[in-house]
Design a protein around this ligand. Structure first.
Ligand code: SAM
Length: 324
């Protein structure tokens, strides 16, 4: 088992398979952004499989494929199958914006992806166009329904809550998720890059109290994925809403994850600079034992906590570059 200097077990890896995206969400990739990683620097499927097999031998049991938009990476279901078959991996999931999910949902399910999270910030077509930079809502809803039809259960809907942008739509999103059996997670915007910093931050504390009253929500004890969300559920237990509050109430003490970007850089924290580059080792003929040693060295670098509140201008990396 990997554990860091602060006694946290690290058993979860978020794998960014691309830093590109077909949307330009206002809080994420700036319009006209050109700083994407060159294809020759992308880890190949063979390199990813090899590195993850070493992580798995050291106790990493859960992998989430993310990006950028992971469904832009060609042949993703093939990679999913290769990861799902690695000894020690017991949970493979995907974060997607769902614009292409209708084409790939069945193949991903067959390949061994067990759970999906979909970003959806609004159910209003015009609002989604403003947030994502294009008329995307119809495609996204088709994708979500294709995911449901393919048997993904649960489907979690991630909504970044933004003051003055979509905060008036939280209740209708709760109702939509209850109706379809999805788990809604509300997320506070993080100051990653100027785009993240310039987005109207909304403290989810008061929203949580209001929704609890309106929908009769109670704290839920059962774990729903081992992540940082705190969940509240309806009295009959049939629907739940999660709150991810990196800003108003951070959860660094229980952080169990690291992030591997598309170019093979392992980021130890979303909100700090500590990193370790694996591509030179993978392309320089490192043995498995050397990779194991490098992973242990990298985990030692994991910082205690982010400083999004104390030093909001510190992180110039976009979420899509780290692997959200
Ligand atoms: N494209 C995939 C998706 O849409 O889920 C995966 C990558 S995306 C970067 C992962 C998540 O990061 C999305 O839910 C997105 O809303 C969120 N995100 C991006 N920038 C953020 C920021 N500055 N603060 C909070 N969440 C952010």
């Amino acid at each position: 088992m990997l554990s860091d200097r602060f006694g946290r077990s690290i058993d979860y890896l978020r794998l960014s398979v691309t830093d590109r995206c077909d949307l330009r969400c206002t809080y994420c990739i700036p319009k006209g952004f050109k700083g994407f990683e060159e294809p020759k620097h992308w880890l190949t499927f063979d390199e990813i499989e090899r590195l993850l097999s070493v992580f798995a031998r050291l106790g990493t049991s859960r992998i989430r494929m993310t990006g950028g938009e992971p469904l832009l990476r060609r042949n993703l279901p093939e990679l999913a199958g290769r990861i799902a078959r690695l000894p020690g991996i017991r949970d493979l999931s995907l974060s997607t914006n769902a614009t292409r999910l209708d084409r790939h949902a069945e193949a991903l399910k067959a390949a061994g992806v067990s759970r999906i999270n979909v970003s959806l910030d609004s159910l209003d077509r015009g609002c989604m166009e403003k947030i994502t930079g294009r008329d995307s809502l119809g495609q996204i809803l088709d994708g979500i329904m294709a995911g449901k039809a393919a048997g993904f259960d649960p489907i979690k809907i991630n909504m970044v809550a933004m003051r003055g942008i979509n905060d008036g739509e939280i209740d209708s999103m709760v109702e939509f998720c209850i109706e379809h059996g999805f788990i809604l997670r509300l997320i506070e915007t993080m100051p990653m890059g100027a785009t993240g910093r310039d987005t109207g931050f909304l403290d989810l504390g008061p929203i949580q109290s209001r929704l609890s009253q309106k929908f009769g929500l109670r704290p839920q004890a059962a774990e729903l994925g081992g992540g940082p969300a705190r969940y509240l559920a309806t009295e009959d237990g049939k629907a739940s809403v999660g709150f991810i509050t990196p800003m108003s109430q951070h959860f660094c003490a229980t952080c169990n994850r690291v992030r591997l970007s598309v170019d093979g850089t392992l980021y130890l924290c979303l909100g700090q600079e500590e990193k370790f580059e694996f591509r030179p080792l993978l392309r320089g003929g490192a043995s498995d034992a050397e990779l194991e040693a490098a992973i242990r060295t990298a985990i030692e670098l994991k910082p205690q906590k982010h400083e999004f509140r104390e030093a909001p201008a510190k992180i110039v990396r976009l979420m899509s570059q780290t692997g959200g």
